[in-house]
Design a protein around this ligand. Structure first.
Ligand SMILES: *Cc1c(COP(=O)(O)O)cnc(C)c1O
Length: 469
């Protein structure tokens, strides 16, 4: 086991620190066990339904929870709130072209707005969309537009204990078999996510991306990136892939995106803002269609549901996200938490991914059936223990099969401890690790949950539960 001093991305033995200092603070509130018992019962044992005032350390998501820099806040004052042709839009468009390399940009209120535009524009009923594992909103929009989703991620991604460098890779044989089976003309595009959120923030390699491009190009199939954490992915390529050890993140990102035709983007992740997103494409026809549709669902094509100031903050955030020192500390903080948990033998997905630690709830609760919601149970337990909020990524998130109505039974039954960018300190990570350990020590007492209310769409957000036994 390596010591805490050598962990993270350091080659030498010196400690590292965040490449920023704190200028504004937001006080945290602690609660008593009794208060937490009442709060989680009120929330139907679903951490999404907890008011944030009852949460001490909030690791629900890294989405929109970013701390902005002084530059970004200064940029907010430069908001040009014109209905049409805001200067901030042009700055954002320039920045996206420069860092991601795509020709056209359609702004949206967040990532799912872009997914809606892309899916509605390119998918017809009877189509098939392959992806390197699914993401909840992405797959939802694909299915709603009439497509059948196919998971083409490498098998290693489904094994939480396997330590491999690029568990987000596309399995080329699976993709080739699907093309054979359904025909290229029924595959409007391949959806490639970098990193793969649902697999534990696992990266995809440049070589794999290049190979996917070669294969799909032969069949005339487009590739759309889910680029939400493509800059985090770039750091993994730099660290793990031969030939990129001294390439800048910006150059890696540009090359990576060059193997795709466009992307959907959540500005709430890599771009270091609290809201926003975009669809980017090199395809003139898609651009035309999406720019038309965006006015129905989001807003005019030069704001897409964002305020001018938000677009400005996002443009600045993109330039900050590719700074190496920042990205090393962002991923380094996640690794620090993983190292602490490792010391106590706590089961979590290997290797540590980019944006969080994914606890293996089956490893905590081997005595619970998947239909007793082990991950949902663990997330509730962690809140009760210490006021730490996490998220279920297992059978509840996987939802039901659109055709048969049966529950999907994902091989991964996880609780995600997602680390917001630039928000918490290493001391907070110590507290989180100790809270997880307390749940692990008490694991045999867990009895599981029963679902008492199930919403029709994306049920994990609003489902309610009751303790069993
Ligand atoms: C967050 C996320 C999305 C959706 O973005 P929103 O901004 O939340 O709508 C899509 N894909 C992945 C991988 C994400 O993490």
């Amino acid at each position: 086991m390596s010591s805490l001093h050598t962990m993270g991305q350091q080659q030498d033995r010196r400690s590292w620190a965040e490449p920023y200092k704190i200028k504004v603070v937001e006080p945290l509130r602690t609660t008593t066990r009794e208060e937490r018992e009442a709060a989680i019962a009120d929330a139907g044992y679903n951490t999404f339904l907890l008011p944030s005032k009852d949460v001490y350390i909030d690791l629900l998501t890294d989405s929109g929870t970013n701390a902005m820099s002084d530059r970004q806040w200064a940029g907010m004052m430069l908001g040009d709130e014109a209905y049409a042709g805001s200067g901030n839009y042009y700055r954002l468009e320039d920045t996206i072209r420069r860092f991601y390399g795509y020709r056209h940009v359609v702004p949206t209120h967040q990532g799912r707005g872009a997914e809606n535009l892309l899916s509605q524009s390119l998918i017809s009923p009877g189509h098939h969309v392959p992806g390197n594992m699914y993401f909840t909103t992405t797959r939802f929009h694909q299915e709603k537009a009439g497509a059948t989703f196919h998971d083409i991620i490498v098998d290693e991604a489904h094994d939480p204990t396997l330590d491999a460098p690029f568990k987000g890779n596309v399995d080329l044989a699976k993709l080739a078999a699907l093309i054979d089976e359904v025909g290229a003309e029924r595959i409007p595009y391949v959806c490639v996510a970098a990193t793969v959120n649902m697999a534990g923030g696992q990266p995809i390699s440049m070589a794999n991306m290049r190979a996917v491009r070669e294969l799909t190009q032969r069949h005339g199939i487009a590739i759309y990136l889910d680029a939400t954490r493509a800059v985090e992915n770039a750091l993994f390529i730099r660290e793990r892939e031969e030939g990129y050890g001294s390439t800048s993140l910006a150059d890696i990102l540009l090359e990576f995106c060059s193997y795709s035709d466009g992307c959907t983007m959540s500005g709430k992740k890599d771009p270091l803002t609290n809201i926003g997103g975009w669809l980017a494409t090199n395809d003139e026809a898609l651009f035309e269609e999406a720019r038309n549709l965006v006015v129905v669902y989001e807003g005019l094509h030069t704001y897409g549901g964002m305020a001018g100031r938000d677009m400005e903050a996002m443009a600045i955030g993109i330039t900050e996200s590719v700074e190496l020192a920042y990205m090393k500390s962002r991923v380094g903080q996640v690794r620090y938490l993983g190292e602490l948990l490792d010391q106590w033998g706590i089961p979590f997905v290997r290797p540590v991914g980019g944006h969080g630690i994914f606890l293996d709830a089956r490893g905590f609760y081997p005595h619970l059936d998947q239909e007793q919601f082990p991950a949902q149970t663990l997330a509730a337990q962690l809140y009760l223990e210490a006021g730490v909020r996490a998220m279920e990524r297992g059978i509840v998130s996987a939802g039901r099969d659109a055709a048969t109505g049966e529950n999907h039974h994902p091989s991964l039954e996880l609780v995600r401890l997602t680390i917001p960018r630039r928000v918490y300190t290493q001391a907070h990570m110590d507290v989180v690790a100790e809270s997880v350990k307390a749940c692990y020590d008490d694991r045999e007492a867990a009895r599981g949950l029963r679902m008492t209310y199930e919403p029709k769409y994306l049920r994990f957000f609003q489902a309610r539960f009751e303790p069993l036994g």
